[in-house]
Design a protein around this ligand. Structure first.
Ligand code: SF4
Length: 401
């Protein structure tokens, strides 16, 4: 399995192999220099975005890191952090005769509590509710206008998804019978929170650098991460998603650590600018207001969600159907029993630390939210493995070094 991952990496990097080797060697040299000078044995870098975690795991990049340099995933999977409460509300709507549109991973997401026997929208559908899987909001709009029944689209995503929802409203693409349930989240507050909690446990090294999300930054601009570098004094590199992008970003973080700098650098220059997509930002600001919002397993984070403004409430499922908003007083831990997803999304645990991983919780039968979406860390590790997973297997079969 290990050699298969390496072959995949080689295939992907066949034009860049020498560059990748040079970067890998420099990463090792700089890590030795930094850890020797600072007297640290372990160093954590957070890859915030689910797609970065996918690249790192799929291409086996952890296996190229020096021992002691850990790449930990962050809360960058928008499906993983949808509170159970809103899945329950959507299931309820579906049983009340509303056609519910959802992305494929939201469709499979399990709530903590069942509603009329259904823990997920897929189970609601199997019990007779009209739940439809779509790939985007415009597909839902076309379908809803063809039947005219009361309908709701569950609008999940980060800053990257928000402009499509905003333009669907501003350009009048939504039929009157289709409302949006906006569960869009903003990523910087979650990054701040991840960095805070990484400092809580004195026995664990704090996060010393961040690989910032490339797609989100295309919209927000790299400037969104300046408070991370300034307030936490750590390097932030906005990275692309090819394996070489990620390796170069890790190298840049180490360069800055060795030089004692903490800056925001754009590695993903072919897509990201400093100020981002100003038109998209303005469309989002017109349609949505920023609210304190709940993240599954984490709780309420200030100014971390988007809700539809009053001017556009005719498109808002919350206004139309009285969907109950989750309030801080109602917050309770909303993970299924035994699931450690709340720690996984904060980089405090690896999927292999969860006793349910690949036992009762698998991609085919997910229990926790991180096992559902292709951007969920548990789902990625389940499909493509990791050095920790391989080490564990090696120990089990007595091949550990
Ligand atoms: S393996 Fe499943 S149950 Fe365990 S943390 Fe991941 S999603 Fe949760």
């Amino acid at each position: 399995m290990f050699s298969k991952l390496y072959l995949e990496l080689e295939r992907e990097l066949r034009y860049n192999k020498r560059a990748a080797e040079a970067v890998e060697n420099k990463i090792h040299r700089l890590f030795i220099e930094y850890s020797g000078r600072e007297g640290v044995e372990r160093l954590k870098i957070m890859d915030f975005c689910g797609t970065h975690e996918w690249s790192i795991t799929y291409y086996g990049l952890r296996s190229l890191m020096p021992r002691g340099l850990e790449l930990v995933a962050g809360p960058g999977c928008p499906v993983c952090v949808v509170p159970s409460h809103y899945i329950e509300e959507a299931i309820k709507l579906s049983f009340e005769g509303v056609v519910v549109y959802a992305y494929g991973d939201v469709y499979k997401l399990r709530a903590k509590r069942s509603v009329k026997g259904a823990f997920s929208l897929s189970e609601a559908r199997s019990l007779g509710a009209d739940v439809r899987v779509v790939q985007d909001v415009l597909s839902a709009a076309r379908d809803a206008s063809s039947h005219g029944k009361p309908s709701v689209f569950i609008a999940v995503g980060f800053e990257t998804a928000a402009p499509a929802y905003a333009w669907a409203i501003l350009r009048d693409h939504l039929p009157g019978n289709l409302k949006l349930l906006s569960l869009v989240k903003l990523t910087p507050p979650a990054m701040f929170y991840s960095l805070e909690v990484s400092r809580e446990k004195p026995t664990e090294p704090p996060i010393s650098g961040v690989i910032a999300p490339g797609h989100v930054s295309t919209i927000t601009g790299a400037k969104a991460w300046v408070p991370v570098a300034e307030n936490y004094g750590i390097p932030v590199v906005v990275s692309g998603f090819e394996p070489l992008d990620v390796l170069v970003s890790i190298l840049e973080i180490l360069r800055q650590l060795v030089a004692g700098r903490a800056e925001v650098v754009i590695e993903y220059k072919r897509s990201v600018s400093w100020h981002g997509d100003v038109k998209a930002q303005s469309a989002v600001n017109r349609v949505f207001e920023v609210v304190d919002d709940a993240w599954r397993g984490i709780g309420f984070l200030p100014k971390s969600g988007l809700r539809i403004r009053d001017n556009y409430r005719r498109h808002d499922a919350i206004a139309e159907y009285g969907v109950r908003e989750l309030k801080p007083g109602m917050w309770e831990k909303d993970m299924p029993p035994g699931c450690r997803c709340a720690e996984v999304v904060l980089g405090k645990a690896y999927p292999t630390h969860c006793p349910l991983f690949m036992k009762s919780c698998t991609p085919l039968k997910p229990i926790g939210p991180c096992m559902v979406s292709i951007e969920g860390t548990c789902a990625i590790w389940a499909r493509y493995g990791s050095r920790e997973f391989l080490d564990e297997l090696a120990r089990e079969i007595g091949e550990a070094s």
